[in-house]
Design a binder for this molecule. Sequence first.
Ligand code: SAH
Ligand code: SF4
Length: 377
Amino acid sequence: MSSPWDQPAPEKACVQRPNAAGLSRQDMAALMQRLGEPGFRATQLFEGLYRHRWQRWGDFTNLPKALRERLESEVELRWPDLAESIPSSDGSTKHAFRLDDGRLVEGVHMPYDDRATLCLSSQVGCAMGCTFCATGTMGILRNLTAAEIVGQVMALLVAHEHPFGKPVNLVFMGMGEPLHNLDHVMEAFRILTDAKGLAIPSRRITVSTSGLVSGIEKLGREAQRPRLAVSLNGTTDEERSRLMPVNRVWNLEALRRALQGFPLEKGERITLEYVLIQGHTDRPDDARRLAAYAKGFPSKINLIPYNPSEGAGFTPALESAIDAFCRLLVNERLDVSVRRSRGQDVAGACGQLVRKRENKESQRSFVSRIGGADVES
Ligand code: SAH
Ligand code: SF4
């Protein structure tokens, strides 16, 4: 079925000097070949970048000096800049990355004793237009490149001094619809899982989709792929279409069929994310319908208290409603967790930090330019 989201999002304009940060090993090999170097240099470069996290060509002591000097003049080595970093009282830190063209995206670092979880963006803005979501109100500005996706991971690992080898989980739950930028997300996935680099196991990487069925089907055809999470956020077509326009193209039944047809590995489950919004998604009947839906395929449920987004006109569910909702699902023997929104006090949910920053900057200059796009106050 064709949908408005089958149109590709705009791509980043080409830059002059190649940037080695975020290239795949094959692309690095091609770059080395162009410089007249043997193929194994690409692996050395890859190890220097991802294992040692060297950030200047001068640091690459595993390469001959002459090559380091050549790289210095001909090839860039640059991860995205951290434009703003706001720590939250719960230990997580919300970051705004400034990309090469000045545009901003968000990422979050969440530390745990035995691991860290990084929440990543896949696009600048989002085309899906969900009415409760701050990113949805921005529209789509462009896709992130694979290098920019990998760059968020590296910038966060470096900023938080995450030791090499300590487990890290990656979730594409920041700005953007990862399945609307699947080619670049998969390119980044291959770099992030590469055994010579960060070597992150694929089961530790999750893409979250609003229910873009064409993308789910495409992802299901990949031999190696990340785990799948789906934002359900509505249990009737009427409600879900109000919150998530994608439901007008692929309704709950079409989505269910796609999820039932998604080829899971042994023990793998699909996560259903469900945002609790007062009077829209938090009623006992919603919980009953969600339970029935979740039993249609191997699943687990992640309840997300709604984080109010300015001007959206929605109210978070009451604590008592969240408790009752959760209990009903547990009684149905479903695996349920409630995401106590980490970073909520620093504009936690998707897109809210960038929207806040835009508002601040636009108040200062009335019409400020964020990443080349005019933002009117
Ligand atoms: N586009 C993808 C991934 C990014 S959104 C998707 O929609 O799944 C990541 C999650 O944040 C989604 O589950 C979405 O429903 C949720 N979300 C968006 N805005 C929110 C808000 N204001 N409060 C709570 N959760 C929100
Ligand atoms: Fe896009 Fe996800 Fe926000 Fe919907 S919830 S607008 S798909 S980022």
